[in-house]
Write a protein that binds this ligand. Structure first.
Ligand code: ZN
Length: 133
C-alpha cells in the first residue's frame, strides 16, 4: 500500500520533471500527456501514502492500548537503556580567545631568596623581606 503510493507519487512528480529533459513516461503518454493526469498520479499516490500511514498508526495505537497478556516491559528490560554511543569528535565548544599570559619578568621583580614575584615598585620582598635592589 505504502510502496504503491510512493510509486504513484514518484510517477506523478517525475511526470512533471521528465518533460524538461524531453523524456516522458510511456504510461503518461498513453493516457494523454495532460496536467490533470500528472496531478492525478501525484494525488492518488499521496492519498495512498496517507491511508497507509493512518492504518499503520491505528495498528500501532491498538498494540499500545492492548498489550498481550504476560507482557512485562519493565521485567523484560530491567536495565536502563545504555547511554548513546559517543560518535565522532566531541562538539566543538566556542572558546573565546584569551591572550597568553605575559611573561612575568617585565611585570615585576622576582625575589632571589624565595622566588616571590612582586610589582617593580617593591624594593623588598613582601614574603621574606630580602632586598630586591
Ligand atoms: Zn623573598
Amino acid at each position: 500500500m505504502l510502496r504503491l503510493g510512493v510509486t504513484l507519487l514518484a510517477i506523478g512528480v517525475l511526470a512533471f520533471v521528465l518533460p524538461l529533459m524531453n523524456v516522458q513516461f510511456r504510461l503518461i503518454t498513453l493516457l494523454g500527456d495532460r496536467p490533470e493526469i500528472r496531478i492525478g498520479f501525484a494525488a492518488v499516490g499521496a492519498l495512498l501514502i496517507v491511508i497507509a500511514k493512518v492504518k499503520a498508526g491505528a495498528s500501532a495505537s491498538k498494540q499500545v492500548a492492548a498489550p498481550p497478556p504476560g507482557f512485562h516491559p519493565y521485567q523484560q528490560n530491567p536495565m536502563p537503556p545504555p547511554p548513546p554511543m559517543w560518535t565522532g569528535a566531541p562538539p566543538q565548544q566556542p572558546v573565546a580567545w584569551t591572550p597568553p599570559p605575559p611573561p612575568s619578568a617585565p611585570m615585576g621583580r622576582t625575589c632571589r631568596n624565595c622566588g616571590n614575584v612582586m610589582p617593580p615598585v617593591n624594593t623588598f620582598c613582601t614574603a621574606c623581606g630580602t632586598s630586591l635592589s
